[in-house]
Design a protein around this ligand. Sequence first.
Ligand SMILES: Cc1cc2nc3c(=O)[nH]c(=O)nc-3n(C[C@H](O)[C@H](O)[C@H](O)COP(=O)(O)OP(=O)(O)OC[C@H]3O[C@@H](n4cnc5c(N)ncnc54)[C@H](O)[C@@H]3O)c2cc1C
Length: 198
Amino acid sequence: MSPWLSAGCLSVRRLYQHLKNYEACNGSNESTYWLYFELLWREYSQWYALYYSERIFLPGGISGARPDSAFDDKRFARWCRGETDWPLVNACMRQLNQTGYISNRARQIVASALINELGLDWRCGAGYFEKQLIDYDVASNWSNWQYIAGVGADPRGGRHFNIEKQARQFDPDGSFVSRWLNPRSRDLIRASVETAAG
Ligand SMILES: Cc1cc2nc3c(=O)[nH]c(=O)nc-3n(C[C@H](O)[C@H](O)[C@H](O)COP(=O)(O)OP(=O)(O)OC[C@H]3O[C@@H](n4cnc5c(N)ncnc54)[C@H](O)[C@@H]3O)c2cc1C
C-alpha cells in the first residue's frame, strides 16, 4: 500500500475503515492484525516527524548523539550500485535500483550494512532512498533510518543486522540473491518492465 499512501492517492483512514469492514464481514486474522499494526507504525512516523521537525535530518537525530561515521564516496558508490562484499545487500540494492521498491526487511538490512559494516553517515543512505523509492515518504524514511542508526527515540540504541544470519533465515536457498545478481534474470526483469510500460 505504501506507494499509494505516500503519494496521497489513498488515505490511511479509508484503508483503516476498509480493514474494519473486512474484519466485520470475514473475521479478523493474523494478516488483518499485522496490517493494522504496520499502519500504526506509519502513524507513529508521521507524528514523530511533525513533532521533531527538522531534527529528523540532523546527524545525531533527536538523541543529540554524535555518530562515529564518515563519508567515503567510493564505499558509498559501491553500496548504491550493489557492489559490496555481501551478496544479500547487493541483491537488495539492485532490486531497489531496478524497481524503486524493496521490502521492509531489505531496507533494514541495507541500512544496517551502510551504517555498521561500511561506517557511513546514515543520512547518505536516507538521501539515496529518497531518490530511489517509489513510496518515498519524508516521515517514514527518515524516522526509520534514525531507528536503525540509533539516533531516534528507541532507548535500545541502533540495530545491527547479522547479514549472514539474515540470508540463512530469509533466503535459505539463495533464490532471491540469484534472481537479482544473475545478469540473465536482470535482463528478463528489465524486458518485462519495458513491455509493461509499453
Ligand atoms: C530504512 C527504512 C526506510 C523506509 N522508508 C520508507 C519510505 O520512504 N516510505 C514508506 O512508506 N515506508 C518506508 N519504510 C517503511 C516500510 O519499509 C514500508 O512502508 C513497507 O516496506 C511498505 O511495504 P508494504 O506496503 O507492503 O507494507 P506492509 O508491511 O503491508 O504494511 C502496511 C503499511 O504500513 C506502513 N508501514 C509498514 N511498515 C512500516 C514501517 N516500518 N514504518 C512506517 N510505516 C510502515 C506502510 O504504510 C505500509 O504500506 C522504511 C523502512 C526502513 C527500514
